[in-house]
Design a protein around this ligand. Structure first.
Ligand code: NAP
Length: 516
């Protein structure tokens, strides 16, 4: 099916009419379909002359909004004056005029018989506290429509990401009844409403000109809507993937996966999910449209219990970073591509060896020292053990090292003991603590003196790209493997689980290198 026709609108929150004219030109230049003139944001404004000039010179269709304080806008004058300005916008032939539901009847009386056919009236309702039930949303939409709106606009607030699913249901119902509707949910937990409305058939979505020029909380930039999430290409059949985390706003995964999907022509979009309760999230977004998920902090452990089936090593590690909805029966299957990514990167770091070419792992029989016993430590320890390595765990909290060593059949050391530990040369070292991570770039988990016994040194930390540990290991003659390699490979593993296709390795490497 063809992508839907959701319009992309850039709001102008400029302070002067001159700046607003500039914003209109910029909105047209980035490819917006509509520009919203937020008259309430203008600090000085001569209605007739300014509005006439702005509308006469508009380079693209214009939506005129004059939002009062009582509906979350900036205008705090009297309503009669405000509605007169909106009437003027109708007379001047604005493409769209937005009026609030609470005063819509009054406004309709004011413009009675004067609205040209080509001016579309948007009747809007904003809820800055919460998102009502599906029934309440439906009743509200019906009331707005019965007043004679050309387009219904309902904007609510997300206190939990599951709130957005009710807005999607409203949009789908409105589509069935052929009622054009703008349905958006504000704040960070509502971001998917802005990204996925083309899939469900929303009439319009907003994207700001730049960061700092948003007209509502949670709005993202138009450039991200078009270039990262490619909303123009999203349609009813587009599969939805995304990263579940808290926080999640900083994640580079949407850039990486969306560009990778695009490069192979896979009809999918990858979005950020700010999730508080994993189980409730997965129960809410349980349709086949939501085809797969990446999981990051703090949900990797909970993901094990939320899946219907879990890959045995992911289960042993106690962490799932990838969930796929099996198309045949809709069951959620959990995997851990972190350990595959890290272990294959380390195997490739061993001189003269290529993972793809060998039947037996070069880790078999080698001494493999893991520093750290947290999530990444467990993944590395299990992965190395599964490859036949002799695993040693050293951790700040010795008890946790002991616990993990007992679980996998390895040995535990304190960090102090590790300094003088060298039963053999040519050992492999994996740092899985955050020691050395930005901004503490001068810290290192093991002295340079001790590093000379290691043939390969891996660091899970990837900010900075080259940590002090890796720099000193290289100076000591070891082969070094960066945490970025783990990051790239875990993402490639996810891509292959998501799409069933070979990951575009060089593209994914380029994107990660460019963004770090
Ligand atoms: P985690 O579960 O919180 O575990 C942290 C581990 O580091 C624990 O063993 C902890 O020791 C130890 N630790 C923390 N601060 C320490 C310090 N100042 N001195 C000594 N030990 C310290 O975290 P995680 O999820 O495993 O992540 C660990 C690191 O790996 C992070 O830097 C993360 O960014 C990185 N990572 C990278 C990738 C990648 O793709 N490259 C993937 C996942 C994680 P205690 O037990 O004593 O608290």
């Amino acid at each position: 099916m063809a992508p839907s026709k959701t319009l992309f609108c850039v709001p102008s929150v400029a302070k002067t009419p001159e700046e607003m004219a500039g914003d209109m030109a910029s909105a047209a230049a980035i490819g917006a379909d509509v520009v919203e003139l937020r008259l309430d944001c203008l600090s000085s404004f001569q209605p007739r002359s300014d509005l006439e000039r702005l509308l006469n010179n508009r380079p693209l269709p214009a939506l005129v909004t004059y939002r009062p304080k009582w509906e979350g806008g900036e205008y705090d004058g009297d309503d009669d004056t405000r509605l007169e300005v909106l009437r003027l916008a109708v007379q001047l032939g604005a493409d769209y005029v937005d009026v609030e539901f609470k005063v819509a009847e009054k406004f309709l009386n004011l413009i009675s018989g004067q609205k040209p056919e080509n001016v579309k009236l948007i009747i809007s309702s904003h809820n800055y506290e919460m998102t009502p039930s599906v029934d309440e949303l439906g009743n509200l939409a019906a009331s707005i429509q019965s007043l004679g709106a050309d387009i219904v606009k309902i904007v609510t607030t997300a206190n939990d990401i599951s709130d957005v699913s009710r807005m999607f249901q409203l949009i789908v119902h409105s589509q069935e009844k052929q009622v054009p509707i703008i349905g958006l949910v504000m704040k960070e937990r509502g971001i998917i409403s802005r990204l996925l409305c083309p899939k469900f058939g929303g009439y319009l979505t907003f994207g700001s000109l730049n960061k700092g020029k948003e007209s509502a909380p949670g709005q993202i930039t138009g450039s991200d809507l078009l270039n990262v999430y490619r909303i123009r290409e999203i349609g009813p059949d587009t599969k939805v993937f995304g990263i579940i985390g808290k926080p999640v706003g900083h994640s580079k995964s949407p850039n990486l996966h969306n560009e990778a999907f695009r490069s192979v022509g896979f009809n999918a979009v990858y979005v950020p999910y700010l999730v508080d309760d994993l189980s409730s999230f997965l129960n809410t977004y349980s349709s086949p449209d939501f085809a797969g998920f990446s999981c990051t902090i703090p949900h990797k452990e909970a993901a094990v219990t939320c899946c219907d089936e879990v890959d045995p090593i992911a289960k042993a590690i106690g962490a799932v970073n990838t969930i796929i909805r099996r198309p045949s029966d809709g069951k959620l299957i959990g995997y851990n591509t972190d350990y595959v990514g890290a272990i294959s990167a380390i195997e490739d770091g061993i001189a003269g060896y290529r993972v793809k070419d060998a039947a037996v792992s070069p880790l078999a029989g080698r001494l493999f020292v893991v520093i750290g016993a947290g999530g990444a430590g467990k993944a590395l320890a299990y992965g190395a053990k599964a490859k036949g390595a002799k695993v040693i765990i050293a951790n700040r909290t010795y008890e946790r090292a002991k616990e993990l060593a007992n679980l996998i059949g390895g040995h535990a050391l304190t960090l102090a003991e590790l300094e003088n530990y060298h039963p053999e040369d040519g050992m492999i070292l994996a740092n899985t603590t955050s020691i050395g991570m930005h901004p503490n770039v001068n810290d290192t988990p093991l002295s340079k003196q001790a590093l000379k016994h290691y043939a390969v040194v891996f660091d899970a930390v990837y900010t900075p790209k080259v940590t002090r540990l890796l720099r000193e290991a290289e100076e000591s003659g070891a082969n070094v493997v960066s945490g970025l390699e783990m990051f790239i490979r875990q993402a490639m593993g996810q891509f292959e689980l998501f799409t069933g296709l070979t990951a575009p390795e060089s593209l994914m490497r380029d994107i990660v290198m460019r963004s770090t």
